[in-house]
Design a protein around this ligand. Structure first.
Ligand SMILES: NC(=O)c1ccc[n+]([C@@H]2O[C@H](COP(=O)([O-])OP(=O)(O)OC[C@H]3O[C@@H](n4cnc5c(N)ncnc54)[C@H](O)[C@@H]3O)[C@@H](O)[C@H]2O)c1
Length: 324
């Protein structure tokens, strides 16, 4: 199958590209390299399958022609402005990339008569601040985003349903929990696992925002790309949570990373980030029923992998003649 991955040079997108090539698909990547990098695609290049890279902004009108020329059967749409903080500062830019850019992707998919779009929705921002009784949150909960980023990602769900209705373009929207894995940028706002791993690997003090009792649903990137792969042929017309359903406090996450790195250095607590959710976890029942998906990587295994990558990066940065 020919497939197209927007945001394929990013953290999750590049791991998805590895997976799709390993499955034998011909993969087209569209990415403007604003937060992604060609280095993320090095393992995919080494795999030696059919891979083409197009450096293009998804807002560009040429995207439609490109999709028509390449005629993918399935489009995996992951390119996004994915910072909540930047969406608060620049809501118009956020909407241009996440709403207008997504419409370009849908227009291209429609014009190319693609079979399906699989969309990276955001489970952490879609459902707002759930009551304790609603955790883990199911897809039936009302959508109530609390940031421009959450609103722009949620707006695309309406367009996906509209294109399915009007043009028969199928979709599955995957509401992702807090995704983590070795390629995640430790400086990005979402990457608390990568951030703690980098601190422990480099012998620096870790900083916990707030009291550390806020909870998140940490799901490992390999498990997430497995859900994307399954969604190419299953879960049509559905919003599907991709999370573990388990709440882990940020303090417990820190303890897990510190134990894996044999560090006994206590963390420092900083002020809580304004607007941060108190509790978050996504119920994965629908994913089990409709995608046959379940997460299989334990937090301890996932943290080991992230820490090993952080240790390798710290080692490489400290080699003589290398910039740190
Ligand atoms: N990481 C998470 O925990 C998480 C959680 C929920 C949802 N998501 C969603 O998953 C997707 C991937 O996230 P990620 O963590 O891999 O982020 P990322 O920033 O690593 O990847 C996004 C990719 O999109 C590219 N991109 C950004 N704007 C673009 C544009 N205008 N045109 C073309 N390419 C553009 C970037 O260069 C980057 O390669 C995003 O849609 C994000 O909203 C991520």
């Amino acid at each position: 199958m020919r497939v197209l991955v927007t945001g394929g040079a990013g953290f999750i997108g590049s791991v998805l590209v590895d997976r799709l090539l390993a499955e034998g698909h011909a993969v087209e990547v569209v990415d403007d390299l604003s937060t992604g990098s060609l280095a993320n695609l090095a393992p995919a290049r080494a795999l030696g399958g059919e891979l083409r890279f197009h450096q293009l902004d998804i807002r560009a009108p040429e995207l439609v022609d490109l999709i028509v020329r390449r005629r993918p059967e399935v489009v995996f749409h992951l390119a996004a402005q994915s910072s909540v903080a930047s969406s608060l500062d620049r809501p118009v830019f956020d909407a241009e990339v996440n709403v207008v850019g997504s419409l370009r992707v849908l227009e291209g998919a429609r014009a190319a008569a693609c079979r399906k779009v699989v969309y990276a929705a955001s489970g952490g921002t879609l459902y707002g601040e759930p009551d304790a009784s609603e955790l883990p949150v199911a897809e039936s909960r009302a959508v109530s985003p609390l940031s421009p980023y959450g609103a722009s990602k949620a707006a695309v769900l309406g367009y996906l349903a509209t294109y399915r209705h009007l043009h028969g373009l199928d979709y599955t929207a995957l509401a992702l929990a807090n995704v983590y894995g070795p390629r995640q940028d430790p400086h990005g706002e979402a990457g608390v696992v990568a951030r703690f791993a980098a601190c422990v690997a480099e012998g620096r003090e870790c900083v916990i925002d707030g009291d550390g009792e806020q909870t998140r649903d940490f799901v490992y990137v390999d498990d997430v790309v497995d859900a994307f792969s399954r969604a190419a042929t299953r879960g049509g017309g559905l919003l599907v949570n991709v999370g573990t359903g388990v709440e882990v406090s940020v303090a417990r996450l820190h303890a897990t990373v510190a134990a894996a790195g044999r560090s006994d250095r206590p963390p420092r607590h900083a002020a809580a980030r304004p607007g941060d959710l108190r509790r978050s976890a996504l119920d994965p029942t629908r994913a089990r029923i409709h995608l046959g998906w379940a997460p299989w990587t334990s937090l301890e295994e996932g943290v080991e992998a992230v820490l090993a990558a952080a240790v390798a990066r710290a080692g490489a940065a400290s080699e003589p003649g290398r910039r740190s």
